[in-house]
Write a protein that binds this ligand. Structure first.
Ligand code: NAD
Length: 509
């Protein structure tokens, strides 16, 4: 069912579809174009964050399954069935794939909602359109890749060629299960690599389905395989494999550091990392009227959308003392009831549970720690009580009186929790914004473009917005400075990062 029809479904219809999908969704490993059990027959429970029930049992891939997939990927790569396919033909497969994702939009959206509790309306409005856009964008890029001829003496021709790398491993997180996986596997495939995805164990369903759709679109079975499993098992085996030439990882900074180490301890494979964030948003003293209102509304969505489970969430609001009281009052007025917890299958609900009960306990623990360090909870700060007790829910939470070095200001909460820090000057705001090991996304709100430009230049992060937040399109490089990572997703540069450059020197005389 496509997006248009899906947008008309009622809560009852989604519930009915979800009940069926839990029975029918494929949970086995996708190897060589077939769904198969793990070699040792191992499985683990896929838990529903809405009520803690078991959704289904997922095959637990391990080293032996990764080895099997890598062998198939190597053979596929060497055969040239995908790696040497004419660019226009590769583009045709990718466009067909994008079309199939559109035709199966409702099912794919439902899979992510079932797995990790994301509101179905967010899947339809945000994730699925962006997934389609990702495949179309990189399809479009395929025959735009060029090499070059360098300046040399007359009797030499020196060319630089771009080639696919070989077998590429991608490891993805659960917060945008399908979209984050596609930001990795699509440019990798567009570049001609044989690609193996290890999705987050909490949310594999849509990744399996999308891989099957790739084969249905005409992609060779050896070009895209999906092996779910625990990170320390399947993920580690992929990242340590001697025949995997690149690992592209999105997830926590902690695991990102391990991935780097695995590369060094194995075959020095290329490593692309997209990791955590602690997004600062600065609100300057000149804000007033409509711009202040828009700043507040955007800040509310910038932290509470997707339950705050967003790497680039604006979790630190750095507010000038001159507008502080007005800003906080408006944030409470507009933000307190803007996101209401409920069943994510209800199209009217905009806040689902966190991904699991461990996350809920961690987030509530961080709120307690903030209180013990002098933070004041202005709203939220707890799990809801209105019949949602079994779910991993946390109510949107605003904490003021936070200091720049407090635990809650330094660590990624990955939940609907915003910290507000008061500052007295631009100098102090910049110092606070940069007082973080992370550097993913930040913003400044001001009516003064000279001031804005200073922030653009001085704040250490990969993406910076002026009078906006969480905007962008596929042309924009997305990735972090500092411990937020070392790579860029989206954008043409991302596609090139899945290719090797080869210098070819022709002696002509
Ligand atoms: P995570 O690091 O726990 O897991 C990410 C992936 O790594 C999962 O597939 C997991 O199974 C795998 N993994 C875990 N341990 C591993 C190991 N030892 N070896 C190999 N693989 C292993 O992260 P998460 O909880 O799934 O996702 C949340 C994190 O992702 C947050 O920190 C968030 O900021 C980050 N994130 C970053 C971006 C970005 O673009 N920068 C985007 C989305 C999420």
């Amino acid at each position: 069912m496509n997006l248009e029809k899906a947008a008309e479904l009622s809560h009852a219809e989604w519930r009915e579809m979800a009940a069926k999908l839990k029975q029918s969704a494929e949970t086995r490993l996708f190897i060589g174009g077939q769904f198969v059990d793990a070699i040792d027959g191992g499985t683990f429970d896929n838990i529903c964050p809405v009520d803690g029930s078991v959704i289904n049992k997922c095959a637990a891939g391990k080293k032996a399954d990764i080895d099997k997939a890598v062998e198939i990927a190597k053979r596929s790569f060497k055969s040239g069935e995908w790696s040497r396919m004419a660019p226009r033909n590769r583009m045709a497969v990718m466009y067909k794939w994008a079309g199939l994702i559109g035709e199966n939009a409702a099912e794919l959206a439902l899979m992510d909602t079932i797995d990790m509790g994301k509101p179905i309306s967010d899947m339809l409005k945000a994730d699925i359109p962006m997934c389609i856009n990702t495949v179309e964008y990189f399809a479009e890029c395929i025959d735009k890749v060029t090499g070059s001829v360098t300046a040399t003496e007359y009797d030499v021709m020196s060319t630089v060629l771009r080639e696919p790398i070989g077998v590429v491993g991608c490891i993805s997180p659960w917060n945008y299960p399908l979209l984050m996986a596609l930001w990795k596997i699509v440019p990798s495939l567009a570049a001609g690599n044989s690609t193996i995805l290890k999705p987050a164990e909490q949310s594999p369903l849509s990744c399996y389905r999308v891989a099957a759709l790739f084969v249905e679109a005409g992609g060779p079975p050896g070009a895209l395989q999906v092996i779910n499993g625990l990170g320390e098992q399947a993920g580690q085996a992929l990242a340590r494999h001697m025949d995997v030439s690149k690992i592209s990882f999105t997830g926590s900074t902690e695991v990102g550091k391990l991935i780097h180490a695995y590369s060094g301890e194995s075959n020095m494979k290329k490593v692309s990392l997209e990791c955590g964030g602690k997004g600062p948003q600065v609100f300057c003293e000149d804000l007033e009227g409509e711009l202040l209102d828009r700043a507040v509304t955007t800040a509310i969505n910038g932290i509470f959308f997707n339950m705050g489970e967003v790497c680039s969430a604006g979790s630190r609001l750095i507010v000038h003392a001159k507008i502080y009281d007005e800003f906080v009052a408006k944030f409470i007025e507009k933000g307190k009831d803007a996101y209401i917890c409920g069943d994510p299958l209800d199209p009217a609900v905009n806040l689902g549970p966190l991904v699991d009960h461990q996350s809920q306990a961690r987030v509530l623990g961080m709120i307690d720690k903030a209180k013990s360090e002098g933070g004041r909870i202005l709203f939220g700060g707890a799990a809801p009580a209105n019949g949602l007790e079994k779910g991993a829910y946390v109510i949107p939470t605003m904490i003021t009186g936070v200091k720049s070095n407090d635990y809650v200001a330094q660590n990624e909460v990955f939940g609907p929790v915003v910290s507000v820090i008061k500052v007295e000057s631009d100098d102090e705001a910049i110092e606070v914004a940069n007082n973080s090991v992370y550097g993913l996304q930040g913003s400044v709100w001001t009516d003064n473009y000279r001031r804005a430009m200073r922030y653009v230049r001085e704040i250490e992060c990969g993406t910076f917005l002026v009078n906006a937040f969480e905007e962008g399109d596929m042309t924009q490089p997305f990735g972090g400075y500092k411990q937020s990572g070392n790579a860029k997703d989206k954008c043409f540069e991302s596609l090139l990062s899945y290719m090797n450059t080869k210098a070819a020197w022709f002696r002509l005389n």
